[in-house]
Design a protein around this ligand. Sequence first.
Ligand code: GLN
Length: 231
Amino acid sequence: NSNGKTKKKYIISTDATYAPFEYEENGKYVGIDIDLLDAIAKLEGFEYELKPMNFKGIIPALQAGQIDGAIAGMSITDERKKVLDMSEGYYESGLALVVKEGNNTIKSLEDLKGKTFAVKKGTAGAKFAEDNKEKLGVTIKYFDNTPSMFQEVKNGNADATLEDYPVIAYMIKVDPNSGLQIAGEKLTKNYYGFAVKKGQNKELLDAFNRGLKKLKENGEYDRIIAKYIKK
Ligand code: GLN
């Protein structure tokens, strides 16, 4: 660049199939997380290489130092904060119960007794299902990604799934053939954060927080959200 300094380059992981936060379009990764990261990198003067992977691989890869950071619709939780440092929350989320379109027998968690739940490995949704397994009397089936989990419910091989509200709401909106519907009210509330290994990469975490603040102040944050989530 102009002052002759080489910019620092970070390897940043993301979920591979998680619209509207990250997904592939015409061979390129796009979405809210990707646009935020890109805008922050430009403002803060760093470069990055994206490494999309299954969500379950992301936290272990951070812990092993194979990647420097992650932006993957990752909910900030106390459990994760034991092994990760996470940024300020950048988007409000939370779980919703998802069933096959036209299934009006499951309206809430109470209707799940004896039913099968499809969940994505390593997610807050999987944790919720595991924590409530006995109480709800459900069987849990694990999947590597959101599309395969949704397919299982659509095919009738699982009765329900848990997915982040903005993700399922987006899917139903953009795909009239999604074959899915939301059952009942949002179940939890949390915020997405950018993550680095605990005690490592403070420089990157600080840059993310500083950049995010600037994007919120200059209107770019709102513009990015509006590009993907139409009111
Ligand atoms: N927000 C959820 C979590 O953090 C799901 C993230 C994802 O599937 N990419 O566990």
